[in-house]
Design a protein around this ligand. Structure first.
Ligand code: NAP
Ligand code: GFB
Length: 324
């Protein structure tokens, strides 16, 4: 929305602004020149407001008076943390989401773009998964808490549209990775946990220990690509129905292939072991990006190998203050 004599016409509040995807959006908008005349962007973290608390949520909305919201804030973690804490993932994310959406309604926010995830789809399903299949069966038991909380965002969006006509919508990313991710070995997602493990195995001349068989398949998307796509959704996508943001089915790789690319990027030539006593989680969750392609047939994703190298380089350069 272009400005008229300098007035702010779109004030975007990004919850979860200090996280992996929030930082990517900040990079895209504030440093890569995507920000348009008449737009103001505000990136907040839990230090600005604990969104589990309705009063703090209201206070941060009153402070910034957003016209639009990109709602990223969530309790997020890798497979093994989710398996240990399904109840916390369920309760915390239900509360954060209800606080943000209800406060957005109270404050007259024009549009909210929230984040679901490709891991919330039914575990027993046909492939490829598409946006119409979210509620067609229970999610994988490893992360049902997070999955049901995320699914309720879709239900809430429909209810806000039916009762108030609000165009609140959601995106469904597959596995995202990139700079500013959580590289913690026990709690991070696979790629960044493995990057940290590989970095240490190389430094200490020890074996790289990969959890599970390495057979599961994933569609990994670079955080900067997700950042560009979410900015497009905020500006141009008018459906309440969610949209999958992912690389194509043909770009799916196995965990083993991803591990080998990380080893190559970090020049690790040591022993790699797969601990099959640990869960593989979902074997696959292949999603189609056909709906995205109908809107953006020419969008180009960063090639996976290049994105892995960029993330590894960022991690090594920022090791001392990365989330490890
Ligand atoms: P992340 O790096 O873990 O960042 C989470 C963000 O949420 C941080 O900014 C954090 O603030 C904030 N937050 C957490 N609890 C909060 C609370 N109680 N009050 C206020 N802020 C809180 O997560 P991410 O990977 O960027 O994920 C962003 C969104 O994308 C999430 O909704 C996630 O479910 C979704 N998603 C992620 C992936 C993925 O592979 N990463 C895939 C699909 C969907 P602090 O920094 O202050 O803790
Ligand atoms: O990213 P991740 O933890 O979660 O990947 P999901 C788990 C897969 O990577 C499993 C293998 O197949 C694991 O066996 N893996 C191998 C490892 N080594 C490791 C390791 O050191 N750490 C981890 N974490 N995994 C995520 C959800 O599910 O999907 C997120 O947890 C998000 O919240 C994302 O929704 C889209 O891919 O299984």
């Amino acid at each position: 929305m272009a400005s008229q004599n300098g007035s702010v016409l779109m004030r975007v509040l990004v919850t979860g602004g200090s996280g992996l995807i929030g930082k990517a959006i900040e990079q895209v908008v504030m440093r890569d020149g995507e920000k348009r005349e008449g737009e103001q962007w505000i990136f907040i973290s839990s230090k600005d407001a604990d969104l589990l608390d309705l009063e703090q949520t209201r206070a941060v909305f009153e402070k910034h008076r957003p016209t639009h919201v990109i709602h990223l804030a969530a309790k997020v973690g890798g497979l093994y943390l989710q398996m240990r804490e399904n109840l916390h993932y369920l309760r915390d994310n239900l509360r954060i989401n209800d606080n943000v959406l209800w406060t957005a309604h109270e404050m007259g926010v024009t549009k909210v773009v929230s984040c679901l995830s490709s891991c919330i789809f039914p575990d027993k399903t046909t492939y490829p998964i598409d946006e119409t299949m979210i509620h067609l069966g229970p999610p994988h038991e490893s992360n049902y808490g997070y999955s049901y909380a995320k699914r309720m965002i879709d239900v809430q969006n429909r209810a806000y549209f039916a009762q108030y006509g609000h165009r609140y919508t959601a995106v469904i990313p597959t596995n995202v990775f990139g700079p500013h991710d959580n590289f913690n070995e026990a709690e991070g997602h696979v790629l960044t946990a493995i990057m940290n493990k590989t970095y240490k195995a190389k430094r200490n001349n020890t074996t790289l220990n990969v959890w599970g068989s390495g057979k599961p398949l994933r569609q990994f998307i670079y955080s900067m690509d997700i950042g560009r796509l979410i900015v497009w959704v905020l500006r141009e996508y008018d459906e309440v129905d969610p949209i999958i943001l992912s690389v194509g089915e043909e770009d799916e790789v196995s965990i083993r292939q991803a591990v080998e690319m990380i080893a190559e990027a970090l020049e690790f030539k040591g022993q790699i072991e797969y601990d099959t006593s640990l869960s593989d989680g979902q074997l696959k969750k292949t999603a189609t990006n056909a709906k995205l392609r109908r809107y953006l047939p020419d969008f180009t994703f960063t090639p996976f190998r290049e994105a892995v190298k960029l993330t590894c380089d960022w991690f090594v350069k920022n090791y001392d203050h990365a989330r490890t």
